[in-house]
Design a protein around this ligand. Structure first.
Ligand SMILES: *Cc1c(COP(=O)(O)O)cnc(C)c1O
Length: 341
């Protein structure tokens, strides 16, 4: 099975041009994004091959789809009709809704899907079908995923005579734990970046997070019992402590929900956040960590000595998923690309 690299949302915060170009140079020829601006952005970085928009493009921009040779998902019959009426004759693929109830033709009625697919296969340059799995990361819900895959296969089978080259139904979790004879790609998103679809998942050995997020200690100070730290005075010092400030805050995408809960790694040790995360700074308890000084490196996501903190770990602390953590790292945080060791 081939890979369609999902590089939407700036490659899950990793930087879409750099990621897509690197994957292209390593032989990946199929990419997916969420909108036309993302598609044009990676095309402009020199990415050739297929770029599929998984979401909505305003019909008024259909001309750009053709100009940049971008493939558009058809979200509904109504949308296909509008594109066709506007004179669009570019590449497109029908989305099938096999149970997520987000976009696509309702696959509960395969005969109706077949009719619509055949109609637009004549009017547009239809070259594929796809569906999206909504619980493939959940072992207890395997039956639902198998049902989604079976519906997809049935519809693909009904229109097999059209020889649509691109029928695909796997995301990261689907590609890892499910199988379909029909699916020509796994559309890999989160696992490309070395993260888990769900916190409970175990990834195959050797898959490591691609991203490390580092900051630096800007000041170290002693605080005394009775002092309070940060906005709202939410943390009261109980014993003599050493506190380090780092110039990273929620405007960098380090969630304020991690106030008093998250931690960084300094010199291979955990430094808990004390008080609230500010917009541009936060404070860390380094009392038990020797040798912390202005300029010390603090790892927010990544490894330090024998300690590791992943985006999935942070997400778990404040009740979200690793996807949201990495997508949320804001643009003012520099991305630096290193070659693998
Ligand atoms: C985001 C997305 C993917 C990738 O999902 P991961 O869980 O990150 O692998 C695949 N297909 C569609 C339609 C998506 O929206």
């Amino acid at each position: 099975m081939q890979v369609m690299a999902v590089v939407k949302a700036d490659a899950y915060g990793h930087g879409d041009q750099a990621v897509a170009k690197r994957l292209f140079d390593h032989g990946v020829r199929h990419f997916a994004v969420s909108n036309i601006d993302e598609a044009i952005h990676i095309r402009s970085a020199g990415v050739e091959g297929q770029i599929l928009i998984l979401g909505y493009t305003p019909v008024g921009r259909a001309g750009e789809l053709v100009r940049y040779d971008i493939t558009q998902a058809l979200l509904s019959e109504e949308y296909a009709e509008q594109l066709s009426a506007a004179g669009f004759r570019g590449k497109c693929q029908f989305a099938l809704d096999t149970g997520m109830r987000r976009i696509g033709l309702n696959a509960d009625d395969p005969a109706a899907c077949e009719r619509v697919i055949r109609k637009y296969a004549e009017k547009l340059q239809l070259d594929g079908l796809f569906t999206h799995l909504c619980v493939a990361d959940t072992p207890q819900q395997q039956a639902f995923t198998e049902k989604q895959i079976a519906l997809f296969e049935e519809i693909a089978g009904r229109v097999a005579d059209l020889h649509l080259p691109y029928c695909h139904c796997m995301n990261s979790a689907g590609g890892l734990w499910h199988h379909s004879e029909v699916s020509c790609f796994a559309r890999l998103g989160i696992i490309l970046y070395g993260l888990k679809p769900d916190y409970v998942n175990t990834l195959p050995a050797g898959i490591e997070p691609a991203l490390t997020w580092k900051t630096v200690v800007s000041m170290v100070k002693a605080v005394k019992p009775g002092d309070t730290i940060g906005y709202g005075r939410s943390f009261t010092v109980q014993r003599p402590m050493t506190v380090a400030t780092v110039p990273t805050g929620y405007a960098d995408g380090y969630s304020r929900l991690l106030s008093g809960k998250g931690w960084a790694l300094i010199n291979g040790r955990k430094a808990p956040i004390v008080g609230r995360v500010c917009m541009d700074q936060m404070m860390l308890d380094v009392t038990d960590i020797p040798g912390v000084h202005m300029g010390s490196q603090a790892v927010l996501i990544g490894k330090s000595g024998n300690e590791t903190i992943t985006a999935d770990d942070l997400a778990h602390v404040y009740g979200t998923i690793g996807y949201e953590v990495v997508c949320g790292i804001s643009k003012r945080v520099d991305r630096i690309y290193l070659d693998p060791k």
